[in-house]
Design a protein around this ligand. Structure first.
Ligand code: FMN
Length: 316
């Protein structure tokens, strides 16, 4: 798969994107990913422009020749400032999410950027294509973090998105090893984006306690929560139980957001408050039982991918 059309578009060796994740994907993680031949993405959603600038400069210093981009969720205030800051720092690859692809695509393209947008259904993928987006990240509801309302699994989503659009499709949600990368490419995707797996690397900014909780987690440890507000897949903990109780009592979005308050995700994932913090993780947590370096992980993914491809046999 080296050099396929996604690799050519982004200038990367392997068609793998280390996902931009709030509180997790800072300079260290993105630079290590970029140095391993995949796309390193800084999760700008949790950063004010000044902090983003520091991370961008640091990532560039750690990876002078690597391919770096940023992820900007459009639901947060200040998205435009984040985009402007990244453009000033010479970033050329942008992945936008949680908003309309029409909002910033033309602006970014006019500045010579490559734009990807995250979608959870084929209709939105088509809208992205019409808006001039260069590639879509099609994310199934196995994924960690904020999620589409459609609850379409990656297995069902990818072929339906591939059928609808001509532009490259990146599969996301539930991809945790090289076998799953092979499966995504079999479904017609041009590459993958992996989030939860990259939380569990030495270079991610996740708190040690959060990483240890993921090591202990199994396939039943996450649930899609806050469905009446902004759906998010969480590791089950005390905060998750509080949300569930409120939901069972018929709480509306306002009540759910009031309980969420401000700073929950930071408290959980960066500061390691496993009880009261918001712990965003995907269904693939149960597969993860190590904490490698990014370089070690990428090497393992490629080996697993190659083994999987060799073991595919014709049905006679
Ligand atoms: C902790 C965490 C934070 C995330 N933050 C963002 C974000 O800021 N913007 C975004 O578009 N997606 C975000 N995501 C989703 C990832 O970019 C990615 O698409 C997803 O993790 C893929 O599914 P997986 O976790 O099963 O690999 C986040 C995911 C996690 C686990």
């Amino acid at each position: 798969v080296e050099g396929n059309r996604l690799c050519q578009l982004l200038g990367i060796k392997y068609p793998v994107i280390q996902a931009g994740m709030i509180w997790i994907s800072g300079a260290k993680l993105a630079a290590a990913a970029a140095n391993s031949g995949i796309l390193g993405i800084i999760g700008a959603g949790s950063m004010k422009p000044d902090l983003l600038k520091i991370h961008l400069k640091k990532a560039r210093a750690l990876s002078p020749d690597g391919i770096l981009g940023i992820n900007v969720p459009l639901l947060y205030e200040g998205a435009q400032q984040q985009l402007e800051t990244a453009l000033e720092e010479g970033i050329k690859i942008f992945i936008t999410s949680a908003g309309s692809p029409k909002k910033f695509t033309s602006y970014l393209k006019d500045q010579g950027a490559i734009v990807g947008h995250v979608v959870s259904n084929p209709i939105l993928a088509k809208k992205c294509e019409a808006a001039g987006v260069d590639f879509v990240v099609a994310e199934g509801f196995e994924a960690g973090g904020h999620n589409g309302r459609d609850e379409i699994t990656t297995l069902a989503l990818i072929p339906q998105v591939v059928k609808e659009v001509e532009i490259p499709v990146v599969a996301a949600g539930g991809i945790g090893n090289g076998q799953a990368i092979a499966a995504a490419l079999c479904l017609g995707a041009d590459g993958v984006q992996m989030g939860t797996r990259f939380i569990m690397t030495r270079e991610s900014s996740g708190h040690q306690a959060f990483k240890e909780a993921i090591l202990k987690a199994d396939a039943t440890s996450t649930m899609l929560s806050m469905k009446k507000a902004v759906p998010v897949r969480l590791l089950k903990n005390h905060f998750y139980e509080q949300i569930t109780r409120l939901e069972e009592q018929g709480a509306d979005a306002e009540q759910l957001n009031a309980l969420l308050g401000k700073g929950r995700a930071k408290r959980g994932m960066l500061e390691g408050d496993l009880d009261e913090g918001e712990l965003e993780t995907g269904q693939i947590v149960g597969l993860i039982d190590d904490l490698p370096t990014v370089a070690g992980l990428v090497e393992k993914l490629i080996k697993e991918y190659n083994t999987a491809v060799c073991s595919l046999k014709k049905m006679e």
